[in-house]
Structure formats: structure tokens, C-alpha cells
Design a protein around this ligand. Structure first.
Ligand SMILES: [Zn+2]
Length: 97
């Protein structure tokens, strides 16, 4: 239904579920609910499914985890293990950068 604007020159921006800041898509971590209903961390940013974004920040993760917003956006329950692996992922990203 959505027509893609080919003339768009700006980097695609997405909103973090934790702090509500809009950032370049590639600066955020994507969490996706696959068509099979699995919740995955999408490192490539290209996985099929409904996606949500979060800053690679433990503060934002904490906020998201507390608010339950991710479950609402993805319309499914988020298992603890997803948050745990997100935390690991974010820690790793912070070590690397
Ligand atoms: Zn954030």
C-alpha cells in the first residue's frame, strides 16, 4: 500500500522505543517479529516481519523492558530471553564502538 519515494534523499529514520528519539535506521537495533511469530534481533535490518527499533543503549532497553511497549508494537509477548540477548548484543556493540 505504501508507495516508496524514490526521490527521498534523507537517510531513513526510525524512532527508538525507549527514548522516542528519531535516529538513522542504521544506528538503531532492529527487533523483528518474523512471519512465524518468532522474535529476533535483526542485525541485517532486512528480515521480513514487523519491526521495532531501539538505540544500542542499556538505558533505552531498560525503559522498553519496563514499559511493555515492544510487546504492544510487535503485537506479541516478548520472552525474557529476547531482552537478555538484546542486552548482550547492546553490551557487545558498546564494547566495539
Ligand atoms: Zn533510545
Amino acid at each position: 500500500m505504501k508507495a516508496k519515494k524514490m526521490t527521498e534523499k534523507k537517510l531513513p529514520q526510525r524512532q527508538c522505543m525507549g527514548c522516542n528519539e528519531r535516529k538513522a535506521k542504521k544506528e538503531l537495533v532492529r527487533i523483528v517479529r518474523t512471519p512465524d511469530g518468532e522474535i529476533k534481533i535483526d542485525a541485517s535490518g532486512k528480515m521480513n516481519g514487523r519491526g521495532a527499533y531501539i538505540c544500542p543503549s542499556l538505558d533505552c532497553l531498560k525503559r522498553v523492558r519496563k514499559s511493555g511497549r515492544l510487546a504492544r508494537v510487535l503485537e506479541t509477548q516478548i520472552p525474557d530471553i529476547v531482552f537478555d540477548s538484546l542486552e548482550e548484543q547492546i553490551k557487545l556493540l558498546n564494547v566495539l564502538s
